[in-house]
Design a protein around this ligand. Structure first.
Ligand code: ZN
Length: 295
């Protein structure tokens, strides 16, 4: 899939990409079922969605350890899934109001496809997230800037991804629909983080603000955050929470550890629980080995 090659600076994690693909399949399905096909005769009304199909999104949160715990008697622990980030989908199924050109306001537009570049990372307060958007083509702008239509592509654009800063630059922050991240050229922020920055900015220097954000974003340290989701079953199927609420230090909240400390702590935790016998699955052992390579 082109996602893997086009965005080398974004997450390449196979598990994350698989999760994204599942979300895309779901959204494609509910969108197709509720949209009038372009070749349909005039006046055709879109179908409604059968009631046994749940409407989920646009903020998709991966299944937590609770799901595994309730679905399996003796849960197979795969810590890698603890790294999965929520995915925010910026798609016309959820936001039909986006169906107009962000450059010239024309409604002579067409939703092309999902953005071929794949997801973008979104900075959040409690955890990092991802976002995936759609490509909107403006037929009026294409006349001016489309090479195939005799326009000059150096003068402007006619295709806009909903996860690109360009799509939003003419809109005020308060005009953006709820839940859509705040897109900048180089990064994107959750609305929550954006609101907090606005709140803090008047009373803080940029360095002070950066320091605050750094501390709040410590949860980005997914290695230990994901551990908070895991519980362990012993041979009698008795379940124990390993690290309740993540790695808490004397109730003071998570602290950031250096690479070396991370490695030591991860190793110690794995050792301790592997001595208990049979608590980690074979997959977990592999994930642990991979993880040690990353630290
Ligand atoms: Zn336009």
């Amino acid at each position: 899939m082109s996602w893997k090659v086009s965005h080398s600076d974004q997450t390449q994690n196979e598990v994350q990409l698989t999760w994204n693909v599942h979300v895309v399949e779901y959204v494609n399905n509910i969108y197709r079922r509720t949209t009038v096909h372009v070749n349909s005769s005039k006046g055709t009304v879109a179908d409604s969605l059968p009631k046994d199909i749940l409407i989920l999104g646009p903020h998709f949160v991966p299944p937590s350890y609770l799901h595994v715990e309730k679905w399996q008697k003796c849960p197979a622990i795969e810590p890698m899934t603890g790294y999965l980030k929520p995915l925010i989908v910026v798609h016309p199924f959820y936001y039909p109001g986006l169906t107009k050109c962000p450059q010239c306001d024309s409604i002579n537009v067409k939703w092309d496809s999902w953005t071929t570049k794949g997801h973008r990372e979104v900075h959040g307060i409690r955890q990092e997230e991802c976002t995936l958007g759609m490509q909107l083509r403006c037929k009026d702008c294409e006349m001016h800037f489309g090479k195939g239509k005799g326009g000059d592509p150096t003068k402007g654009k006619y295709c806009f991804a909903t996860t690109n800063a360009l799509f939003w630059e003419r809109r005020e922050a308060w005009e953006m629909p709820c839940g859509i991240p705040y897109f900048l050229k180089r990064c994107a922020l959750t609305r929550e983080l954006f609101d907090m920055i606005i709140e803090l900015r008047p009373s803080s220097t940029s360095a002070g603000l950066a320091e605050n954000i750094k501390w709040i974003c410590i949860s980005v340290d997914n290695t230990f955050w994901s551990a908070g989701k895991a519980s362990i079953a012993d041979s009698k199927k008795k379940q124990t929470k390993v690290w309740k609420g993540g790695m808490m230090m004397d109730g003071k909240g998570a602290e950031y550890w250096s690479k070396e400390e991370q490695a030591v702590k991860l190793e110690a935790a794995f050792e301790k629980w592997s001595r208990k016998g049979g608590v980690w699955s074979v997959a977990a052992a592999q994930v642990y080995a991979d993880q040690m390579n990353h630290v």
